[in-house]
Design a protein around this ligand. Structure first.
Ligand SMILES: [Zn+2]
Length: 576
């Protein structure tokens, strides 16, 4: 392996999230077997011939090589010019070659050919075929999404200097001949970013989308509202951002602690959101917005306390955790408000699925609220838990009437939940989850807390554990698992104030997770992945990604044993 220098995150992070000892999770680090050392796997040197992550379904090497030269053209037979323009921009900057885009020519020599080919329909809407011969490169797919993923594979076959955004001299722009036939395992390959706790801003979001595309991830779950901040402009309720997007400071801990007195805030205007949504769509990424309800709503209630049970007043939260004040499920005006908010959300986001949270909603206020008690009585509900089912179903029915479907964290998975609501499984309720998959064919996205949460310290979730995550529960056979849409990997940002920390938490683990999302189970191999990883990281170097150094991603066993003390979120403290 080539000698290279690893960078550490800034000194400010020398104290890792390990210091935030807040909750001990029921987990045994002894139930899995971490690697002794990363070097054990990558020390043999970089040997894999096909350096693509996620690993494609099928790769057949052929003899010879394709040489990219200045006199080549891009030939496109596509319903739109976007993929061709994307490829042109990708290659023209580092090579300095003009690479004009022309209409497809059957002869296709000295060219990179991009085609939509209905004959390849068996590859599905995201599959593709990439053929490299000495004369030409051909990317063909049944739909444009597949062409885009074929280009991402071609990008990884080219020298890593292709990621440079200015001409690089002395590079041999050569690709060994091969044929790749590829399609994803899951249709939902998600990454979630929480911007409620820390606002990151448009540039970081656009960059996140670019990096997702490189890893063939296709769902960006955008967590936009929280106790600590409301991040989306809603024109009908300007105080949501006027008041709700700013907090007075940030506490380096949970309840009862003083904050740092440094105001934190930020939100996306509707114009910015339109730009981001369009940018994602070009990269075949669906943005699923999340507007949390009924819990994690303190920022909204600080702006509009009349939609709470008590009437407030409230302040945007300055510390993290779970708060008792949530949206009142008894007042009709709450539903009018939420539907108005959703109307604007639906205008901005074409996603068929809209996330409404539903997690960590304490019932303390609902128990004491006369409006909520009247609702329970009038609707013939037994308790506050059934009131949350009523609440969820009412919002789900509203979304349904607009041609969308609701999605929520698995706390919403209660008897009587609307049939078409998608559940995101993260923690507890495993028996209900299995039953919902087996008996009801409930659509589900898998984000198992201990294996999928990128906010964990590396001591708790080393790279090997991230790679070994299997989204289909072992209790299920293939038929029973058919309604699992795919995995999603959340990054909560209580301890992620900026892009550098975001990079450190997400990479390289998200690369491993992307392989789980795309590559079939039987083709996954940790050792092979680790041999392909350094070249992928060399790409990230050029993209300016400050990933965690490999010597930190697989901590010594003894540190992993203490990883259980490093959970940064009080997941277990649901009160009421
Ligand atoms: Zn109430």
């Amino acid at each position: 392996m080539q000698e290279r220098s690893w960078r550490s995150p800034a000194g400010a992070y020398a104290l890792s999230p390990d210091i935030h000892v807040r909750a001990i999770w029921m987990v045994s680090p002894l139930t899995y077997h971490p690697l002794k050392d990363m070097d054990e796997l990558i020390g043999a040197g970089y040997t894999t011939q096909m350096p693509i992550i996620p690993l494609p379904s099928r790769m057949e090497p052929c003899s010879g090589a394709f040489q990219l030269t200045a006199d080549m053209v891009i030939l496109a037979d596509l319903p739109d010019r976007w993929n061709a323009a994307y490829l042109h921009d990708l290659l023209a900057a580092p090579t300095g070659f003009p690479l004009p885009v022309r209409a497809f020519d059957q002869a296709g020599k000295n060219a990179i050919c991009l085609r939509v080919d209905p004959a390849l329909a068996s590859l599905g809407r995201e599959g593709y075929r990439l053929a490299v011969s000495p004369e030409a490169v051909t990317v063909a797919a049944p739909e444009t999404a597949g062409v885009f993923y074929g280009l991402q594979s071609l990008r990884q076959l080219l020298p890593v200097e292709v990621e440079e955004r200015q001409p690089v001299s002395g590079v041999n722009w050569q690709v060994d001949c091969l044929v790749i036939t590829d399609r994803p395992r899951f249709s939902w390959r998600g990454f979630m970013l929480d911007e409620g706790r820390h606002f990151q801003g448009k540039e970081t979001v656009l960059r996140t989308l670019d990096l997702m595309a490189l890893q063939k991830l296709n769902v960006f779950h955008w967590h936009l509202t929280e106790d600590q901040g409301w991040r989306i402009e809603i024109k009908k309720y300007p105080k949501l951002t006027g008041i709700g997007s700013r907090r007075a400071g940030t506490s380096n801990g949970f309840a009862g602690q003083a904050h740092d007195g440094i105001p934190h805030g930020g939100f996306y205007t509707q114009a910015e959101i339109r730009e981001i949504v369009a940018y994602a769509a070009e990269r075949h990424i669906t943005i699923v917005p999340e507007v949390e309800m009924p819990g994690h709503a303190l920022a909204a209630l600080a702006a509009y306390p009349e939609f709470s049970c008590t009437g407030g007043p409230f302040e945007v939260a300055t510390h993290f955790g779970i708060f008792p004040d949530i949206f009142c499920a008894g007042k009709e005006s709450t539903f009018t408000f939420l539907q108005d908010v959703l109307n604007e959300v639906l205008e901005l986001f074409p996603s068929p699925t809209i996330h409404i949270g539903g997690d960590e909603a304490p019932k303390k206020r609902w128990k004491a609220c006369p409006d909520c008690r009247r609702r329970i009585r009038e609707e013939g509900l037994r308790n506050e838990h059934e009131l949350q089912v009523y609440f969820t179903n009412r919002i789900a029915a509203y979304l349904d009437s607009k041609g969308r479907r609701a999605m929520g964290w698995n706390e919403i998975l209660q008897p009587g939940l609307a049939r078409n609501a998608v559940v995101q499984f993260w923690v507890r309720g495993r028996a209900q989850m299995l039953q919902a998959l087996r008996k009801d064919q409930r659509s589900m996205v898998m984000s198992t807390f201990m294996d999928a949460y990128l906010d964990h310290a590396y001591t708790l979730m080393p790279l090997s554990r991230a790679y070994r995550y299997e989204p289909v529960p072992k209790e299920l056979d293939e038929k029973e698992a058919v309604s699992i849409l795919g995995p999603e990997f959340p990054l909560w940002t209580e301890w992620v104030p900026d892009r550098m920390r975001l990079d450190y938490q997400a990479y390289p683990r998200l690369i491993a997770m992307a392989e789980t999302a795309w590559t079939s189970r039987d083709r996954k191999d940790l050792g092979d992945f680790c041999r392909r990883l350094p070249r992928f990281l060399a790409r990230l170097d050029r993209l300016g990604v400050r990933y965690a150094p490999l010597r930190e991603v697989e901590p010594a066993r003894i540190r992993q044993l203490f990883g259980i003390f490093s959970i940064a979120r009080p997941q277990t403290k649901i009160s009421g």
